[in-house]
Design a protein around this ligand. Structure first.
Ligand code: 13P
Length: 251
């Protein structure tokens, strides 16, 4: 089963509309490489112009969150219906920053995954352990619980479409990346959890990224591991040259 590598930039709360436009103009044509899927997950405000700019390119645009209801009295929230209407393709769900700062639980993550599928958005579901969980030997257990919750109620064909991002929290924005061997060990385990929920063929179709201090100079090392299908990248996705180098490095 060959899985297409997928590099996704998670801009987090960075870039105005004009900064996003300037970034896109710089990466257009260059962050488009045969055999690698290139995704930019931007703040909501930059999505309409990025979707427009990305037309006719192979770069996909993603959001970083959605509400699980289609509409309603949820001040400040954005729904899957709205993202689909814009032409957004991907949505990050359950990022550790949302779990930590916005009280997102596994149950909310599951609802959001269903909302994504209902609106033809591909979820990039984040799982990963805190430092104290790693030190307590709980890494696989934590990832298993989060993975099982995220896939709850999905059909096998939906499950095969999910992108999982394994992001050890202690490696995010710290410059302390997981070794590629450790990342492979956990990601291989996550794949076995998915196989247990469905079957080997479904698990073999799911793309699983590593995230946490991925840079142009270490992306190839992760991509060399058999179960690692790409990266979810924060800081190093913000500069055009660095983003292009990440895509090139994932070939
Ligand atoms: P950094 O690449 O900045 O460590 O961030 C990782 C991340 O959280 C991507 O979602």
């Amino acid at each position: 089963m060959s899985r297409k590598p997928i590099i996704a930039g998670n801009w987090k709360m960075f870039k105005t509309v004009s900064e996003a436009a300037s970034f896109f103009a710089d990466v257009k044509g260059k962050a488009e490489v045969d055999g690698v899927e290139s995704v930019i997950c931007a703040p909501f405000t930059a999505l309409p112009s990025l979707v427009e700019a990305a037309k006719g390119t192979t770069i996909a645009i993603g959001a970083q969150n959605l509400h699980f209801e289609d509409n309603g009295a949820f001040t400040g929230e954005i729904s899957g219906v709205m993202l689909k209407d814009l032409g957004v393709k991907y949505v990050i769900i359950g990022h550790s920053e949302r779990r930590a700062y916005f009280a997102e639980t596994d149950e909310i993550v599951s609802k959001k995954v269903h909302a994504a599928f209902k609106n033809d958005l591909t979820p990039i579901v984040c799982v990963g352990e805190k430092l104290e969980e790693r030190e307590a030997g709980e890494t696989k257990n934590v990832c298993s619980v989060q993975t099982v919750a995220a896939f709850q109620g999905l059909s096998a064909s939906q499950a095969a479409e999910v992108v999982v991002a394994y992001e050890p929290i202690w490696a995010i924005g710290t410059g302390k990346s997981s070794t590629s061997e450790d990342a492979q060990d956990v990601i291989g385990y996550i794949r076995s959890v998915i196989a247990g929920l469905y079957d080997d063929a479904t698990a073999a179709a799911v793309r699983i990224q590593y995230g946490g201090s991925v840079k142009p100079n270490n992306v190839a090392e992760y991509m060399g591991q058999q179960d690692i299908d790409g990266a979810l990248v924060g800081g190093a996705s913000l500069e055009p040259a660095s983003y292009i180098a990440l895509i090139e490095g994932a070939k």
